[in-house]
Ligand binder design. Sequence first.
Ligand code: F6P
Length: 560
Amino acid sequence: MTTAPIDVTSTATWAELIDHCRTLEPDLRGWFAEDPGRAQRHAHQVADLHVDLSKNLVTDETMALLVRLAEEVQLGERIEAMFRGDHINVTEDRAVLHTALRRPAGAEPSLHVDGQDIDADVHAVLAKMYAFAEKVRSGEWTGVTGKPVRTVVNIGIGGSDLGPVMAYEALQPYVADGLEVRFVSNIDPTDVAETTKGLDPETTLFIVASKTFGTLETLTNARLAREWLWEGLVAAGAIENVEDARTAAVSAHFVAVSTALDKVAAFGIDPENAFGFWDWVGGRYSVDSAIGTSLAIAIGPERFAEFLAGFHAVDEHLRTAPLAQNVPVLMGLLNVWYVNFLGAESHAVLPYAQHLHRFPAYLQQLTMESNGKSVRWDGSPVTTDTGEIFWGEPGTNGQHAFYQLIHQGTRLIPADFIAVANPAHPLTDGETDVHGLFLANFFAQTKALAFGKTAEEVRAEGTAEAIVPARVFEGNRPTTSVLAPALTPSVLGQLIALYEHITFVQGVVWGIDSFDQWGVELGKQLAGELAPAVAGDAESLATQDASTKALIGKYLELRG
Ligand code: F6P
C-alpha cells in the first residue's frame, strides 16, 4: 500500500520558509566575511566526492528549515520504501529498485521483493553479461566469418542510449585498445547511415537495447542495421543470400538487452544472446543494468564492477546518513528552495571535465522525465511548481557562450560545477600545467558568481562612468561545487547515483511519482496515427486538423 502524498505547501515548515524567504537578503560577500566557518560547515564528503554547498543562497536557518521540510514530508520513510521495494512507482504499480542493481554479491540481508530473489537475479545477469563481455574482448566471440569484433553498435534511445553513451565518453581512458563503441538512437535514417559508415560488417556487433523492445525508433533502427549487415556480408561474398545464412549472421552479430525476451526472440535474436532486466528498473535509471552491456565490453567487467561499487557507496550514504548531512538530500532540498521560494526555472550543470561532455544531456532525461509532472502520485494536482529545466555544457566552452546570462542576466540560475583534480591527460605546453589553468577557470567562475564586482570596484579600475553599470556583477549567483580525485569508473557511478537521488528527493517533496513517464505517450500514439497521412493517404490526411493537414501537405509537396 502506498501512502497518499503529503501536501508540502500545507506544512508548517513551508509557511515558515515563505516568511524566511521574505526576510532573507542574500549576501554571500557579507555572510562569508562575518562567518569564517561557513565554507567548512557547508562542505560535505560523500564517497570520493567533495561537495561544497557554501556558495548557495542559504543561511544555517534556511538549511535547518529545509531539513525540517524533508522530515514533514517523511522523506526518510520514502527512502526506506524505495530500498525495500515498495511499489512507489504508483501509476505503473511497480517497485523502484535501481539501487538493487549495484548491491554487492552476498549483501545482507538479502533482498526479496514480490516473490523475486532480487540479488540472485541481478548477479546471474551480471555474470552472463561479464562472460559475454570477456568473450568479445578476448576475440573468442566472432562474427559469422570467424573474425573478432572491432566495433560494437548500441541501438537504443532515451535511457537505453543516453546512459551508455555518456558513460562510454566519460570513461574513454579505460576503453580497450582496438575496440570502439558507436551509438544509434534517432529514427532519422541519417543516424544509422552515418554511424555504420566505414564499418566492416564482418567485425561489427549490434546490441539492441530496449527495455520494452517495442520502441519504434529502436526496432526500426535494428531492422535497418540488420539490412545493412546482410547487404554488406552478401556484397563481400561472406555469406550467401539465403535464409539460413542470414539467420546465422543475425545470431553472430546481434545481441539484445531487454525485459521482454519473447519479443527479442521474435526479432530473430537467440534468447541465449539476450541479457534481461526487470520492470522495476526505469529506463533513465538503467545504465547500471544490462543496458550497460556496451560499456562493460568497452571497459571490461572489472571496471564495470567498480562503476557499480561507486553507485552503491552513494546509495549507502543516502540510506544511512542523517538528513542534515545527507548530500543528495541537501542538494535536492536546495533545488526545491530555488524553484519554489526563489523562483528559479532552470538549473545549469557545468562539468569542468571534457570527458563528461554528455553528462548534462544524460541528466536532462533523468531529471526532466522524472519530475516534469503536474499531478501527484495519487492523481491530484501538484500544489506548487515542479521540475526545473536542466541544461549545461562543459566548461570552459560554456564560459564563451551562455555564462553572460548566468552572471548578469535577470534570471536566477543555480549551477553545479563538477571537476576532477587529476586529469586523464596531464599535458603541459612546456611551462604551464594546462589542467591547473583549466581548474583556475572553475574556481574563478564560482567566485565571480558568488561575490560579483561592485560599482566601486569597477570605478577603481578607471572605467568610464557611463560604462560602469554594464560592468557591475551583482554576485549572489548560487553554485554548488563538486570535486573528485579523478574520473574513475567508481567516481562516475557516484556522480550518477548522486543525481538519481537528488531527483528522487525533489519528487518526494513535491509528492510526485518520479518513475513514470506518461507524458511521452501522446506524441508516440499520434505519430503512429499520422503515418498513413504522411505516406500520402488522402483519406487520413483529410481527417487532420487544419494546421497539421497544411504542414503534411507542404511536406508532400516538397518531397515531390
Ligand atoms: O519514450 C520515453 C522512454 O520510454 C524512456 O523512458 C525510455 O528510456 C525510452 O523511451 C526507451 O525505451 P525502451 O528502452 O523501452 O526502448
